[in-house]
Design a protein around this ligand. Structure first.
Ligand code: XBP
Ligand code: MG
Length: 261
């Protein structure tokens, strides 16, 4: 196996916990602003997260609501309006700084850049949401850190389809085994695997115990060396987080681990 050339990071749930206190709240603000008597509580939103893409999620939810428009063309229009409003609300919400980076993410990113491992964002969220959040974390020139940023608008089919990963690899001009992905959801893992990209899973709030099959590592987050499969040894310098050499170790070992729900 050649050298590791790129680390491809999913956004929602992986770089930051954006769903419960970000997108969900923004959807509810959009419902209120558009006069819809709907409210997605935390549990309902968790179930809806099986549908990737905010507009697709709205369309799915409307199918089980008696107060949603009857005609599918009217539903399409309403979903588009609500989704656009949701993304505006989301941008305002995250601009306030209430959503932090997941711990360990910034350190691993820094280490990659210092070791000529390029960084990518591979997400099926809208580009405006990536822009809004990354600006908060890394300032207006945030994009300089990333060799590639592939978002929902750039693909025909969202995760779990592999298109978003295939596109990132094509832009980076590398093969799948020269990259490692970090994901949190079953759909994200499926997308990376279908593109043949080795994937590490950092469990997130909404996908704490979901079935994951065929990851090179599964663990609670990049902030800790505990609780990982395959296990990590204590670091000789006393570092407590996941480091780039741990990613390299899992990648070389390429033992596929699964956790069934
Ligand atoms: C992200 C999504 C997105 C976000 C909301 O999935 O499914 O739909 O929930 O963003 P992943 P949009 O983490 O696998 O990329 O409303 O812009 O779709
Ligand atoms: Mg995710």
């Amino acid at each position: 196996m050649g050298e590791l050339k790129a680390l491809l990071l999913d956004m929602d749930g992986t770089i930051a916990e954006t769903e419960r206190d970000g997108h969900r709240v923004a959807f509810n603000l959009a419902f209120a602003a558009c006069g819809m008597p709907w409210n997605w509580d935390e549990a309902h939103y968790g179930r809806l997260l099986r549908i990737t893409g905010g507009r697709e999620r709205l369309m799915h939810d409307m199918r089980s609501r008696s107060d949603a428009p009857m005609l599918s063309s009217d539903r399409d229009e309403l979903a588009a309006t609500l989704h656009a409003r949701k993304n505006l609300e989301y941008a305002q919400l995250v601009a306030g700084g209430s959503i932090p980076l997941r711990p360990g993410v910034a350190d691993l990113m820094r280490e990659c850049l210092a070791n000529d491992v390029r960084l990518g964002i591979v997400t099926t969220t809208s580009r405006s949401n990536v822009e809004a959040l990354m600006r908060v974390f890394f300032g207006p020139d945030w994009q300089k850190r990333f060799a590639v940023v592939v978002c929902g608008e750039d693909v025909q089919r969202k995760k779990p389809d592999p298109e978003v990963y295939q596109r990132a690899l094509a832009e980076l001009k590398i093969g799948p085994l020269a990259a490692v992905a970090i994901e949190d959801s079953p759909g994200g893992v499926a997308a990376a695997r279908a593109a043949d990209v080795p994937v590490i899973v950092t469990r997130s709030e909404y996908f704490p115990n979901d079935t994951v099959e065929g990851a090179i590592a599964i663990g609670p987050g990049l902030h800790t060396r505990s609780g990982w499969r395959p296990a990590l040894m204590p670091h000789p310098e006393g570092d407590t987080r996941v480091r780039l050499d741990d990613v390299a170790y899992w990648r070389q070992r390429m033992e596929l681990v699964s956790e069934l729900a």
